[in-house]
Design a protein around this ligand. Structure first.
Ligand SMILES: *[C@@H]1O[C@H](CO)[C@@H](O)[C@H](O)[C@H]1NC(C)=O
Ligand SMILES: *[C@@H]1O[C@H](CO)[C@@H](O)[C@H](O)[C@H]1NC(C)=O
Ligand SMILES: [Ca+2]
Length: 232
């Protein structure tokens, strides 16, 4: 009968699946449902990663755990790169020649780690006519894309110099392994454009008063490239 003929292979197929499941071996690794021998795990993952990066313009991260084993191969997230926003408060007291920069908070930061989070901290660099004057860092906030800092840094800047000062603010993802990745950067002050220039002007126009402003983070390379160009 027909019904018997159809049931037979289905039954066999079920048996096969059940049998395979019991045969999970210690020297095998399950990769997207496929079993890969442990020694082939790294080459297969590297190959997959390279292929995917070549064929799709997707953002990706390769993650290694502390023992350098490939923990999860490829993290694919959205195609549109949003780096996040940072809220900064600026205050300048001309009589004391004191500039205070408060790193308030950041939101919607780009996830740099495989768990879908980052460990953000912020570096503040003060430049005068392209020369680095001072460098400060906030603490690291673990596993968050919306860190709250409220950390203040004060700098001595005489009134005669404040017009030519550049403040460069970079948000990094702290990593125990390897170097910290920059998530994004903001340029405020001399030679800046848009919000970066407006915030600085607002601060100068309101001496002794803290002026807070949200800034969208830009790719670090873009800001560094713009900084190299002569300022009109
Ligand atoms: C890293 O991965 C290896 C192999 O999967 C595992 O034995 C080890 O515990 C992992 N280490 C950490 C810190 O997760
Ligand atoms: C920021 O921290 C200071 C103390 O360092 C505190 O007085 C102030 O209330 C905090 N601001 C906010 C908005 O939490
Ligand atoms: Ca990290």
């Amino acid at each position: 009968m027909n019904s018997v003929d159809l049931a037979q292979p289905l039954h066999e197929w079920r048996d096969l699946v059940g049998g395979e499941k019991e045969e999970v071996r210690k020297d095998q690794y399950s990769l997207f449902g496929f079993r890969v021998p442990v020694f082939l795990r790294l080459p297969v993952c590297v190959c997959l990663f390279v292929c995917l990066s070549l064929h799709f313009k997707l953002y990706r991260t390769v993650c290694f755990n502390t023992s350098f084993y490939l923990r999860s191969c490829v993290c694919l997230s959205g195609q549109v790169e949003k780096l996040g926003d940072i809220c900064i408060s600026l205050r300048y007291v001309p009589t004391a020649g004191k500039l205070t920069i408060n790193i308030m908070e950041a939101k919607h930061l780009k996830a740099m780690d495989c768990g879908g989070l980052s460990d953000p901290f912020v570096k503040v660099v003060l430049q005068h006519q392209g020369k680095r004057l001072k460098k400060k860092k906030t603490t690291v906030k673990q596993n968050t894309l919306n860190p709250y800092f409220n950390e203040s840094f004060s700098f001595e800047i005489p009134f005669g110099q404040i017009q030519k000062v550049q403040v460069l603010i970079t948000v990094y993802d702290y990593d125990k392994l390897g170097s910290n990745d920059a998530i994004g950067k903001v340029w405020i002050g001399f030679g800046a454009s848009g919000v970066g220039l407006r915030h600085w002007s607002d601060m100068l126009a309101n001496p002794r008063r803290p002026v807070a402003q949200w800034h969208a983070l830009c790719p670090e390379e873009e800001v560094d490239e713009a900084l190299k160009k002569p300022i009109r």
